[in-house]
Design a protein around this ligand. Sequence first.
Ligand SMILES: Cc1cc2nc3c(=O)[nH]c(=O)nc-3n(C[C@H](O)[C@H](O)[C@H](O)COP(=O)(O)OP(=O)(O)OC[C@H]3O[C@@H](n4cnc5c(N)ncnc54)[C@H](O)[C@@H]3O)c2cc1C
Length: 533
Amino acid sequence: MNPSAHDVCVIGGGVTGAGIARDLALRGLSVLLLEKGDWGAGTTGGSSWMIHGGPRYLEFDWDTTRLSCQDAGHIVTIAKHMVYRVTFIIPVMPGDKNNIERMETAMEVYDRFQPLKHAHPHTRLTPEEARRAEPGLTPDIVGAVSMEEWGVDPHRLVFANVQDAVAHGARALNHTQVTGLLRDGGKVIGVRYRTADGATSEARAKVVVNAAGPWVPGVSQMAGMQVGLRPAKGIHIVYPYRISNFSVSAESIDGRDLLMVSHGAFTLVGTTDDDFYGDLDAIDVLGDEVDYLLQAFERVFPSIRSYRPVRTTAAVRPTLYKWRRYEDELSRRYEIFDHARDGVDGFLTIAGGKLSMYRLMAEETSDLVCKKLGHQATSMTATQPLPGSESDIEPPAELAAGSGIPVLAAMRLQRRHGCRAGNVLKQSRSGRMVCRCEPLTEAELAHAARHEQVRSLADAFRRVGAAGGPCAGAACVMRSAEVIGRELGWSASQRFEAVREFVRGAWLGRAPITGHSGWAQEELVLGALRGLN
Ligand SMILES: Cc1cc2nc3c(=O)[nH]c(=O)nc-3n(C[C@H](O)[C@H](O)[C@H](O)COP(=O)(O)OP(=O)(O)OC[C@H]3O[C@@H](n4cnc5c(N)ncnc54)[C@H](O)[C@@H]3O)c2cc1C
Protein backbone atom coordinates (compact mmCIF):
# COMPACT_ATOMS: atom_id res chain seq x y z
CA MET A 1 0.00 0.00 0.00
CA ASN A 2 1.17 3.52 -0.74
CA PRO A 3 2.38 4.81 2.70
CA SER A 4 0.49 8.05 2.29
CA ALA A 5 -2.84 6.29 1.57
CA HIS A 6 -5.16 5.55 4.48
CA ASP A 7 -8.72 4.43 5.00
CA VAL A 8 -9.44 7.47 7.16
CA CYS A 9 -7.77 10.78 7.96
CA VAL A 10 -8.90 12.50 11.16
CA ILE A 11 -8.25 16.24 11.45
CA GLY A 12 -7.82 17.44 15.05
CA GLY A 13 -6.06 15.83 18.01
CA GLY A 14 -8.37 16.96 20.79
CA VAL A 15 -10.33 14.39 22.74
CA THR A 16 -12.88 13.95 19.92
CA GLY A 17 -10.35 13.33 17.13
CA ALA A 18 -8.11 11.15 19.29
CA GLY A 19 -11.15 9.13 20.38
CA ILE A 20 -12.22 8.61 16.75
CA ALA A 21 -8.71 7.59 15.69
CA ARG A 22 -8.56 5.02 18.50
CA ASP A 23 -12.01 3.62 17.77
CA LEU A 24 -11.30 3.20 14.06
CA ALA A 25 -7.81 1.74 14.61
CA LEU A 26 -9.28 -0.81 17.03
CA ARG A 27 -11.75 -1.78 14.30
CA GLY A 28 -8.84 -2.57 12.01
CA LEU A 29 -8.91 0.47 9.70
CA SER A 30 -5.76 2.35 8.71
CA VAL A 31 -5.90 5.81 10.24
CA LEU A 32 -3.95 9.04 9.92
CA LEU A 33 -4.51 11.55 12.77
CA LEU A 34 -3.21 15.10 12.31
CA GLU A 35 -3.01 17.80 14.99
CA LYS A 36 -1.77 21.30 14.23
CA GLY A 37 -0.57 21.98 17.77
CA ASP A 38 -0.06 19.41 20.47
CA TRP A 39 -2.36 16.61 21.63
CA GLY A 40 -5.16 18.13 23.71
CA ALA A 41 -3.78 21.66 23.49
CA GLY A 42 -7.05 23.09 22.11
CA THR A 43 -10.38 23.23 23.97
CA THR A 44 -9.82 19.87 25.63
CA GLY A 45 -6.80 21.08 27.63
CA GLY A 46 -8.63 24.27 28.62
CA SER A 47 -11.63 22.41 30.05
CA SER A 48 -12.51 22.08 33.75
CA TRP A 49 -10.98 18.57 33.74
CA MET A 50 -14.26 16.92 34.71
CA ILE A 51 -15.95 13.75 33.55
CA HIS A 52 -19.41 14.69 34.71
CA GLY A 53 -23.06 14.61 33.84
CA GLY A 54 -23.77 18.29 34.29
CA PRO A 55 -26.72 18.52 36.69
CA ARG A 56 -27.52 22.02 35.49
CA TYR A 57 -28.32 20.71 31.98
CA LEU A 58 -31.26 18.86 33.58
CA GLU A 59 -33.20 22.12 33.40
CA PHE A 60 -33.00 22.55 29.62
CA ASP A 61 -31.06 19.65 28.10
CA TRP A 62 -32.01 16.49 29.96
CA ASP A 63 -30.64 14.14 27.32
CA THR A 64 -27.14 15.63 27.53
CA THR A 65 -27.05 14.86 31.26
CA ARG A 66 -28.18 11.29 30.62
CA LEU A 67 -25.76 10.64 27.75
CA SER A 68 -22.86 12.29 29.61
CA CYS A 69 -23.49 10.19 32.71
CA GLN A 70 -23.79 7.04 30.63
CA ASP A 71 -20.59 7.66 28.72
CA ALA A 72 -18.78 8.93 31.82
CA GLY A 73 -19.46 5.47 33.28
CA HIS A 74 -17.58 3.88 30.35
CA ILE A 75 -14.74 6.43 30.46
CA VAL A 76 -14.04 6.01 34.18
CA THR A 77 -13.92 2.23 33.64
CA ILE A 78 -11.53 2.21 30.68
CA ALA A 79 -9.33 4.97 32.16
CA LYS A 80 -9.44 3.88 35.79
CA HIS A 81 -5.80 4.80 36.56
CA MET A 82 -6.36 8.37 35.40
CA VAL A 83 -9.62 9.31 37.09
CA TYR A 84 -10.33 10.38 40.65
CA ARG A 85 -13.44 11.33 42.56
CA VAL A 86 -14.21 15.04 42.90
CA THR A 87 -16.65 15.78 45.72
CA PHE A 88 -18.45 19.11 45.70
CA ILE A 89 -20.06 21.03 48.48
CA ILE A 90 -22.75 23.24 46.98
CA PRO A 91 -23.45 25.98 49.50
CA VAL A 92 -26.77 27.81 49.48
CA MET A 93 -26.78 31.51 50.39
CA PRO A 94 -29.78 33.61 51.43
CA GLY A 95 -31.47 34.84 48.24
CA ASP A 96 -29.75 32.37 45.89
CA LYS A 97 -31.65 31.49 42.72
CA ASN A 98 -32.08 27.99 44.20
CA ASN A 99 -33.07 27.75 47.85
CA ILE A 100 -32.04 24.64 49.78
CA GLU A 101 -35.31 22.79 49.01
CA ARG A 102 -35.01 23.42 45.27
CA MET A 103 -31.34 22.47 45.39
CA GLU A 104 -32.07 19.23 47.14
CA THR A 105 -34.87 18.39 44.70
CA ALA A 106 -32.48 18.94 41.78
CA MET A 107 -29.94 16.68 43.47
CA GLU A 108 -32.57 13.99 44.05
CA VAL A 109 -33.21 13.97 40.31
CA TYR A 110 -29.47 13.93 39.57
CA ASP A 111 -29.03 11.01 42.00
CA ARG A 112 -31.00 8.86 39.56
CA PHE A 113 -28.21 9.36 37.00
CA GLN A 114 -25.28 8.95 39.40
CA PRO A 115 -25.15 5.11 39.27
CA LEU A 116 -24.54 5.36 35.50
CA LYS A 117 -21.15 6.90 36.23
CA HIS A 118 -20.44 4.94 39.41
CA ALA A 119 -20.90 7.98 41.65
CA HIS A 120 -22.55 8.31 45.04
CA PRO A 121 -25.84 10.10 45.79
CA HIS A 122 -25.93 13.53 47.41
CA THR A 123 -26.15 14.39 51.10
CA ARG A 124 -27.93 17.40 52.59
CA LEU A 125 -25.79 19.32 55.08
CA THR A 126 -26.71 21.81 57.77
CA PRO A 127 -24.67 25.05 57.76
CA GLU A 128 -22.65 23.70 60.71
CA GLU A 129 -21.92 20.39 58.99
CA ALA A 130 -20.93 22.14 55.79
CA ARG A 131 -18.54 24.49 57.62
CA ARG A 132 -17.03 21.67 59.64
CA ALA A 133 -16.23 19.88 56.38
CA GLU A 134 -15.17 23.07 54.62
CA PRO A 135 -14.05 25.74 57.13
CA GLY A 136 -13.37 28.25 54.33
CA LEU A 137 -17.12 28.66 53.69
CA THR A 138 -18.79 31.85 54.88
CA PRO A 139 -20.88 31.65 58.11
CA ASP A 140 -23.74 33.20 56.06
CA ILE A 141 -24.66 29.94 54.31
CA VAL A 142 -28.13 28.57 55.01
CA GLY A 143 -27.37 24.98 54.04
CA ALA A 144 -25.53 22.88 51.51
CA VAL A 145 -25.67 19.66 49.51
CA SER A 146 -22.85 17.39 48.41
CA MET A 147 -22.40 16.09 44.86
CA GLU A 148 -19.87 13.69 43.36
CA GLU A 149 -18.19 13.89 39.95
CA TRP A 150 -14.96 12.57 38.40
CA GLY A 151 -11.76 14.40 37.52
CA VAL A 152 -9.21 13.56 34.82
CA ASP A 153 -6.12 15.13 33.27
CA PRO A 154 -7.54 15.72 29.78
CA HIS A 155 -4.08 15.91 28.21
CA ARG A 156 -3.31 12.40 29.41
CA LEU A 157 -6.74 11.17 28.36
CA VAL A 158 -6.17 12.45 24.83
CA PHE A 159 -2.65 11.05 24.71
CA ALA A 160 -3.77 7.62 25.94
CA ASN A 161 -6.24 7.52 23.03
CA VAL A 162 -3.48 8.56 20.60
CA GLN A 163 -1.11 5.98 22.09
CA ASP A 164 -3.64 3.18 21.70
CA ALA A 165 -4.52 4.26 18.16
CA VAL A 166 -0.81 4.08 17.27
CA ALA A 167 -0.47 0.71 19.01
CA HIS A 168 -3.21 -0.52 16.64
CA GLY A 169 -1.52 0.74 13.51
CA ALA A 170 -2.55 4.41 13.25
CA ARG A 171 -0.13 7.14 12.23
CA ALA A 172 -0.47 10.18 14.49
CA LEU A 173 1.42 13.42 13.91
CA ASN A 174 1.28 16.43 16.22
CA HIS A 175 2.49 19.89 15.14
CA THR A 176 1.10 19.07 11.71
CA GLN A 177 -1.53 21.36 10.21
CA VAL A 178 -4.02 20.43 7.54
CA THR A 179 -3.88 23.28 5.03
CA GLY A 180 -6.29 21.97 2.39
CA LEU A 181 -8.32 19.04 1.14
CA LEU A 182 -7.57 16.94 -1.93
CA ARG A 183 -10.57 16.73 -4.26
CA ASP A 184 -11.66 14.56 -7.11
CA GLY A 185 -14.64 16.43 -8.51
CA GLY A 186 -17.15 16.65 -5.65
CA LYS A 187 -15.40 14.01 -3.57
CA VAL A 188 -12.81 14.64 -0.84
CA ILE A 189 -9.99 12.15 -1.34
CA GLY A 190 -7.38 13.29 1.17
CA VAL A 191 -5.57 16.16 2.83
CA ARG A 192 -2.67 18.50 2.25
CA TYR A 193 -0.64 19.21 5.37
CA ARG A 194 2.38 21.07 6.74
CA THR A 195 4.66 19.46 9.32
CA ALA A 196 6.55 21.20 12.16
CA ASP A 197 9.67 21.72 10.00
CA GLY A 198 7.59 23.55 7.37
CA ALA A 199 7.57 20.68 4.86
CA THR A 200 4.32 20.16 2.98
CA SER A 201 2.88 16.81 2.06
CA GLU A 202 -0.28 15.07 0.93
CA ALA A 203 -2.11 11.98 2.15
CA ARG A 204 -4.91 10.09 0.45
CA ALA A 205 -7.86 8.85 2.52
CA LYS A 206 -11.18 7.24 1.60
CA VAL A 207 -12.89 9.28 4.30
CA VAL A 208 -11.72 12.53 5.95
CA VAL A 209 -13.18 13.41 9.36
CA ASN A 210 -13.21 17.00 10.53
CA ALA A 211 -12.89 16.86 14.35
CA ALA A 212 -11.32 20.29 14.74
CA GLY A 213 -13.38 21.48 17.73
CA PRO A 214 -13.99 25.24 17.50
CA TRP A 215 -11.91 25.29 14.28
CA VAL A 216 -14.57 23.06 12.62
CA PRO A 217 -16.06 25.89 10.49
CA GLY A 218 -12.63 26.79 9.03
CA VAL A 219 -11.85 23.17 8.14
CA SER A 220 -15.30 22.57 6.62
CA GLN A 221 -14.81 25.73 4.54
CA MET A 222 -11.88 23.93 2.88
CA ALA A 223 -14.55 21.80 1.19
CA GLY A 224 -16.86 24.76 0.63
CA MET A 225 -19.16 23.54 3.41
CA GLN A 226 -20.79 25.70 6.10
CA VAL A 227 -20.98 24.24 9.61
CA GLY A 228 -22.37 26.77 12.04
CA LEU A 229 -21.06 26.95 15.59
CA ARG A 230 -21.83 29.33 18.42
CA PRO A 231 -18.32 29.38 19.93
CA ALA A 232 -18.23 30.38 23.58
CA LYS A 233 -15.14 31.28 25.56
CA GLY A 234 -14.42 30.01 29.07
CA ILE A 235 -11.51 30.86 31.34
CA HIS A 236 -10.11 29.39 34.57
CA ILE A 237 -7.85 30.69 37.30
CA VAL A 238 -5.29 28.06 38.34
CA TYR A 239 -3.92 27.75 41.88
CA PRO A 240 -0.91 25.43 42.22
CA TYR A 241 -2.25 23.84 45.42
CA ARG A 242 -5.56 22.96 47.07
CA ILE A 243 -7.31 25.85 48.72
CA SER A 244 -10.22 23.82 50.07
CA ASN A 245 -10.91 20.32 51.36
CA PHE A 246 -13.72 19.86 48.86
CA SER A 247 -14.65 21.36 45.54
CA VAL A 248 -17.11 24.23 45.99
CA SER A 249 -19.71 25.86 43.74
CA ALA A 250 -20.80 29.51 43.74
CA GLU A 251 -23.47 31.57 42.03
CA SER A 252 -22.16 34.39 39.82
CA ILE A 253 -23.61 37.90 39.77
CA ASP A 254 -25.70 36.94 36.73
CA GLY A 255 -26.95 33.72 38.33
CA ARG A 256 -24.60 31.23 36.65
CA ASP A 257 -23.11 28.23 38.46
CA LEU A 258 -19.35 28.53 38.89
CA LEU A 259 -17.00 25.85 40.18
CA MET A 260 -13.86 25.77 42.31
CA VAL A 261 -12.54 22.31 41.54
CA SER A 262 -9.93 20.62 43.74
CA HIS A 263 -7.92 18.41 41.41
CA GLY A 264 -5.54 16.60 43.73
CA ALA A 265 -2.68 19.04 44.15
CA PHE A 266 -4.11 22.07 42.34
CA THR A 267 -7.31 24.06 42.09
CA LEU A 268 -9.23 25.34 39.06
CA VAL A 269 -11.65 28.23 39.50
CA GLY A 270 -14.01 28.72 36.58
CA THR A 271 -15.60 29.24 34.32
CA THR A 272 -17.00 31.98 32.15
CA ASP A 273 -19.23 31.39 29.12
CA ASP A 274 -19.20 34.23 26.59
CA ASP A 275 -19.84 34.40 22.85
CA PHE A 276 -16.46 34.52 21.16
CA TYR A 277 -15.66 36.42 17.97
CA GLY A 278 -11.86 36.62 18.21
CA ASP A 279 -8.84 34.71 16.96
CA LEU A 280 -9.02 31.06 18.07
CA ASP A 281 -5.24 30.85 18.02
CA ALA A 282 -4.74 33.81 20.39
CA ILE A 283 -7.39 33.76 23.13
CA ASP A 284 -6.74 36.48 25.71
CA VAL A 285 -7.84 36.32 29.34
CA LEU A 286 -9.19 39.67 30.53
CA GLY A 287 -8.84 41.12 34.02
CA ASP A 288 -12.64 41.55 34.05
CA GLU A 289 -13.16 37.83 33.59
CA VAL A 290 -10.84 37.08 36.50
CA ASP A 291 -12.72 39.57 38.69
CA TYR A 292 -16.08 38.09 37.70
CA LEU A 293 -14.97 34.69 39.03
CA LEU A 294 -13.35 36.04 42.20
CA GLN A 295 -16.38 38.20 42.99
CA ALA A 296 -18.63 35.13 42.95
CA PHE A 297 -16.36 32.99 45.11
CA GLU A 298 -15.63 35.76 47.59
CA ARG A 299 -19.31 35.60 48.54
CA VAL A 300 -19.16 31.93 49.61
CA PHE A 301 -15.41 31.52 50.24
CA PRO A 302 -14.27 34.88 51.64
CA SER A 303 -10.52 34.20 51.72
CA ILE A 304 -10.27 33.44 47.98
CA ARG A 305 -8.34 36.63 47.15
CA SER A 306 -5.60 35.80 49.67
CA TYR A 307 -4.41 32.83 47.60
CA ARG A 308 -1.83 33.30 44.87
CA PRO A 309 -2.88 31.90 41.50
CA VAL A 310 -0.17 30.70 39.17
CA ARG A 311 -1.77 31.06 35.74
CA THR A 312 -5.00 31.19 33.77
CA THR A 313 -6.39 29.02 31.01
CA ALA A 314 -8.73 29.99 28.17
CA ALA A 315 -10.59 27.87 25.67
CA VAL A 316 -13.54 28.07 23.30
CA ARG A 317 -16.45 25.61 23.39
CA PRO A 318 -17.40 24.17 19.99
CA THR A 319 -21.11 24.65 20.78
CA LEU A 320 -23.63 24.00 17.98
CA TYR A 321 -25.17 27.08 16.40
CA LYS A 322 -28.33 28.52 17.91
CA TRP A 323 -29.70 32.03 17.70
CA ARG A 324 -31.12 33.94 20.70
CA ARG A 325 -30.46 31.84 23.83
CA TYR A 326 -27.91 32.91 26.45
CA GLU A 327 -24.54 31.17 26.04
CA ASP A 328 -24.97 29.34 29.32
CA GLU A 329 -28.31 27.85 28.23
CA LEU A 330 -27.06 26.45 24.95
CA SER A 331 -27.35 22.73 24.45
CA ARG A 332 -24.15 20.70 24.76
CA ARG A 333 -25.42 18.09 22.32
CA TYR A 334 -23.37 17.07 19.30
CA GLU A 335 -24.08 16.47 15.64
CA ILE A 336 -22.36 14.47 12.93
CA PHE A 337 -22.61 16.07 9.47
CA ASP A 338 -22.29 13.80 6.45
CA HIS A 339 -21.42 16.30 3.71
CA ALA A 340 -22.38 13.75 1.04
CA ARG A 341 -25.89 15.16 1.60
CA ASP A 342 -24.58 18.45 0.17
CA GLY A 343 -22.73 16.79 -2.69
CA VAL A 344 -19.32 16.43 -0.99
CA ASP A 345 -18.68 12.74 -0.50
CA GLY A 346 -15.90 11.31 1.69
CA PHE A 347 -16.07 14.14 4.22
CA LEU A 348 -17.66 14.14 7.70
CA THR A 349 -17.73 16.74 10.46
CA ILE A 350 -18.39 16.15 14.16
CA ALA A 351 -19.22 19.22 16.23
CA GLY A 352 -20.47 20.11 19.71
CA GLY A 353 -20.53 17.72 22.66
CA LYS A 354 -18.46 17.42 25.78
CA LEU A 355 -15.32 15.80 27.07
CA SER A 356 -17.55 13.61 29.26
CA MET A 357 -19.10 11.92 26.23
CA TYR A 358 -16.18 11.96 23.80
CA ARG A 359 -16.17 8.16 23.61
CA LEU A 360 -19.79 8.00 22.49
CA MET A 361 -19.22 10.80 19.96
CA ALA A 362 -16.22 8.87 18.62
CA GLU A 363 -18.20 5.62 18.45
CA GLU A 364 -21.08 7.16 16.48
CA THR A 365 -18.72 8.95 14.09
CA SER A 366 -16.75 5.72 13.59
CA ASP A 367 -19.99 3.79 12.94
CA LEU A 368 -20.78 6.20 10.11
CA VAL A 369 -17.24 5.95 8.70
CA CYS A 370 -17.50 2.14 8.73
CA LYS A 371 -20.90 2.24 7.07
CA LYS A 372 -19.48 4.44 4.30
CA LEU A 373 -16.55 2.08 3.81
CA GLY A 374 -18.68 -1.06 4.03
CA HIS A 375 -16.44 -2.19 6.88
CA GLN A 376 -18.08 -4.66 9.27
CA ALA A 377 -16.67 -4.07 12.74
CA THR A 378 -18.18 -2.77 15.94
CA SER A 379 -16.74 -0.39 18.51
CA MET A 380 -14.72 -1.85 21.36
CA THR A 381 -13.99 1.35 23.24
CA ALA A 382 -16.72 0.99 25.88
CA THR A 383 -14.87 -1.93 27.45
CA GLN A 384 -11.31 -2.04 26.09
CA PRO A 385 -9.04 -0.39 28.69
CA LEU A 386 -6.83 2.51 27.66
CA PRO A 387 -3.05 2.00 27.94
CA GLY A 388 -2.12 1.87 31.63
CA SER A 389 -5.53 0.59 32.77
CA GLU A 390 -5.08 -2.97 31.52
CA SER A 391 -4.31 -4.31 35.01
CA ASP A 392 -4.22 -3.18 38.62
CA ILE A 393 -1.44 -0.85 39.70
CA GLU A 394 0.99 -1.80 42.43
CA PRO A 395 0.84 0.17 45.70
CA PRO A 396 2.75 3.44 45.13
CA ALA A 397 4.89 2.87 48.22
CA GLU A 398 6.21 -0.36 46.67
CA LEU A 399 7.01 1.31 43.36
CA ALA A 400 8.72 4.13 45.27
CA ALA A 401 10.77 1.78 47.43
CA GLY A 402 11.78 -0.36 44.46
CA SER A 403 12.90 2.59 42.36
CA GLY A 404 14.22 4.98 45.00
CA ILE A 405 11.80 7.81 44.24
CA PRO A 406 9.47 9.66 46.64
CA VAL A 407 6.01 8.11 47.10
CA LEU A 408 4.35 11.27 45.80
CA ALA A 409 6.41 11.03 42.60
CA ALA A 410 5.34 7.39 42.25
CA MET A 411 1.68 8.37 42.67
CA ARG A 412 1.95 11.05 40.02
CA LEU A 413 3.70 8.67 37.67
CA GLN A 414 0.99 6.05 38.16
CA ARG A 415 -1.77 8.60 37.57
CA ARG A 416 -0.24 9.26 34.15
CA HIS A 417 0.97 5.77 33.18
CA GLY A 418 -1.05 3.38 35.35
CA CYS A 419 0.30 -0.17 35.35
CA ARG A 420 3.02 0.90 32.88
CA ALA A 421 4.66 3.26 35.41
CA GLY A 422 7.39 0.79 36.38
CA ASN A 423 8.39 0.38 32.71
CA VAL A 424 8.71 4.14 32.29
CA LEU A 425 11.22 4.24 35.14
CA LYS A 426 13.13 1.23 33.86
CA GLN A 427 13.91 2.91 30.56
CA SER A 428 16.21 5.43 32.18
CA ARG A 429 18.43 5.07 35.19
CA SER A 430 17.69 8.56 36.52
CA GLY A 431 15.11 8.73 39.30
CA ARG A 432 16.38 12.27 39.99
CA MET A 433 13.66 14.87 40.51
CA VAL A 434 13.43 17.61 37.89
CA CYS A 435 11.81 20.06 40.30
CA ARG A 436 11.63 20.53 44.05
CA CYS A 437 7.95 21.48 43.99
CA GLU A 438 6.51 19.22 41.27
CA PRO A 439 7.58 15.61 41.78
CA LEU A 440 8.56 14.68 38.24
CA THR A 441 11.50 12.36 37.55
CA GLU A 442 14.11 12.88 34.84
CA ALA A 443 13.30 9.34 33.71
CA GLU A 444 9.67 10.20 32.96
CA LEU A 445 10.59 13.42 31.18
CA ALA A 446 13.17 11.63 29.03
CA HIS A 447 10.58 8.94 28.28
CA ALA A 448 8.11 11.62 27.20
CA ALA A 449 10.64 13.09 24.76
CA ARG A 450 11.59 9.66 23.44
CA HIS A 451 8.19 7.98 23.24
CA GLU A 452 5.44 10.54 23.72
CA GLN A 453 6.03 13.05 20.92
CA VAL A 454 7.19 15.87 23.24
CA ARG A 455 8.90 18.46 21.07
CA SER A 456 8.83 21.56 23.30
CA LEU A 457 8.62 22.50 26.97
CA ALA A 458 4.95 23.34 26.52
CA ASP A 459 4.42 19.77 25.23
CA ALA A 460 6.24 18.49 28.35
CA PHE A 461 3.99 20.62 30.56
CA ARG A 462 0.94 18.98 29.00
CA ARG A 463 2.31 15.43 28.82
CA VAL A 464 3.96 15.07 32.24
CA GLY A 465 3.27 18.30 34.15
CA ALA A 466 6.78 19.79 33.75
CA ALA A 467 6.87 23.32 35.26
CA GLY A 468 3.31 22.76 36.48
CA GLY A 469 4.01 23.23 40.21
CA PRO A 470 4.07 26.33 42.42
CA CYS A 471 7.45 27.53 41.01
CA ALA A 472 5.76 27.77 37.58
CA GLY A 473 9.04 26.75 36.02
CA ALA A 474 11.42 29.06 37.91
CA ALA A 475 13.23 26.11 39.46
CA CYS A 476 12.95 23.61 36.64
CA VAL A 477 12.57 24.88 33.08
CA MET A 478 16.31 24.94 32.40
CA ARG A 479 16.72 21.46 33.83
CA SER A 480 13.73 20.22 31.84
CA ALA A 481 15.23 21.70 28.67
CA GLU A 482 18.48 19.84 29.39
CA VAL A 483 16.72 16.50 29.82
CA ILE A 484 14.53 16.91 26.72
CA GLY A 485 17.42 18.44 24.75
CA ARG A 486 19.60 15.41 25.50
CA GLU A 487 16.95 13.14 23.99
CA LEU A 488 16.20 15.32 20.98
CA GLY A 489 19.77 16.45 20.28
CA TRP A 490 19.23 20.15 21.05
CA SER A 491 22.31 22.42 21.07
CA ALA A 492 22.89 24.75 24.05
CA SER A 493 21.32 27.66 22.18
CA GLN A 494 18.32 25.52 21.14
CA ARG A 495 17.79 24.64 24.80
CA PHE A 496 17.90 28.25 25.82
CA GLU A 497 15.57 29.23 22.99
CA ALA A 498 13.14 26.49 24.11
CA VAL A 499 13.15 27.95 27.63
CA ARG A 500 12.57 31.48 26.35
CA GLU A 501 9.67 30.34 24.23
CA PHE A 502 8.11 28.55 27.22
CA VAL A 503 8.56 31.52 29.56
CA ARG A 504 7.04 33.88 26.96
CA GLY A 505 3.99 31.61 26.56
CA ALA A 506 3.61 31.11 30.31
CA TRP A 507 3.71 34.86 30.86
CA LEU A 508 0.68 35.35 28.61
CA GLY A 509 -1.31 33.00 30.84
CA ARG A 510 -0.02 34.61 34.01
CA ALA A 511 -0.33 38.32 33.19
CA PRO A 512 -4.08 38.61 33.92
CA ILE A 513 -3.60 37.42 37.53
CA THR A 514 -0.24 39.00 38.23
CA GLY A 515 -0.47 41.25 41.24
CA HIS A 516 2.34 42.35 43.52
CA SER A 517 3.38 38.80 44.53
CA GLY A 518 3.08 37.74 40.92
CA TRP A 519 5.65 40.26 39.83
CA ALA A 520 8.01 38.95 42.54
CA GLN A 521 7.49 35.47 41.10
CA GLU A 522 8.19 36.80 37.62
CA GLU A 523 11.46 38.36 38.78
CA LEU A 524 12.40 35.02 40.30
CA VAL A 525 11.83 33.18 37.01
CA LEU A 526 13.79 35.73 35.00
CA GLY A 527 16.56 35.80 37.63
CA ALA A 528 16.84 32.02 37.49
CA LEU A 529 17.09 32.16 33.72
CA ARG A 530 19.73 34.90 33.74
CA GLY A 531 21.75 32.92 36.29
CA LEU A 532 21.68 29.81 34.18
CA ASN A 533 22.36 31.46 30.85
C1 LIG B 1 -13.83 26.49 29.74
C2 LIG B 1 -14.34 25.14 29.35
C3 LIG B 1 -14.55 24.18 30.33
C4 LIG B 1 -15.04 22.92 29.95
N1 LIG B 1 -15.14 21.96 30.91
C5 LIG B 1 -15.60 20.73 30.59
C6 LIG B 1 -15.64 19.70 31.55
O1 LIG B 1 -15.17 19.86 32.68
N2 LIG B 1 -16.17 18.51 31.18
C7 LIG B 1 -16.66 18.30 29.92
O2 LIG B 1 -17.18 17.22 29.68
N3 LIG B 1 -16.56 19.23 28.95
C8 LIG B 1 -16.02 20.44 29.25
N4 LIG B 1 -15.90 21.39 28.29
C9 LIG B 1 -16.21 21.04 26.90
C10 LIG B 1 -15.06 20.19 26.31
O3 LIG B 1 -13.82 20.68 26.73
C11 LIG B 1 -15.10 20.19 24.79
O4 LIG B 1 -16.37 19.83 24.36
C12 LIG B 1 -14.09 19.19 24.18
O5 LIG B 1 -12.84 19.24 24.83
C13 LIG B 1 -13.92 19.48 22.71
O6 LIG B 1 -12.94 18.60 22.21
P1 LIG B 1 -12.59 18.60 20.66
O7 LIG B 1 -11.60 17.52 20.44
O8 LIG B 1 -13.85 18.54 19.88
O9 LIG B 1 -11.95 20.04 20.39
P2 LIG B 1 -10.43 20.49 20.67
O10 LIG B 1 -9.94 19.98 21.95
O11 LIG B 1 -10.37 21.95 20.45
O12 LIG B 1 -9.63 19.74 19.54
C14 LIG B 1 -9.65 20.18 18.19
C15 LIG B 1 -8.22 20.13 17.71
O13 LIG B 1 -8.19 20.36 16.31
C16 LIG B 1 -6.96 20.98 16.01
N5 LIG B 1 -7.04 21.59 14.68
C17 LIG B 1 -7.80 22.64 14.32
N6 LIG B 1 -7.60 22.93 13.01
C18 LIG B 1 -6.70 22.02 12.56
C19 LIG B 1 -6.05 21.82 11.30
N7 LIG B 1 -6.31 22.60 10.23
N8 LIG B 1 -5.14 20.80 11.17
C20 LIG B 1 -4.85 19.99 12.24
N9 LIG B 1 -5.42 20.17 13.46
C21 LIG B 1 -6.33 21.16 13.61
C22 LIG B 1 -6.80 21.98 17.14
O14 LIG B 1 -5.45 22.39 17.30
C23 LIG B 1 -7.36 21.23 18.33
O15 LIG B 1 -6.35 20.63 19.13
C24 LIG B 1 -15.37 22.65 28.61
C25 LIG B 1 -15.15 23.62 27.64
C26 LIG B 1 -14.62 24.84 28.00
C27 LIG B 1 -14.33 25.86 26.95
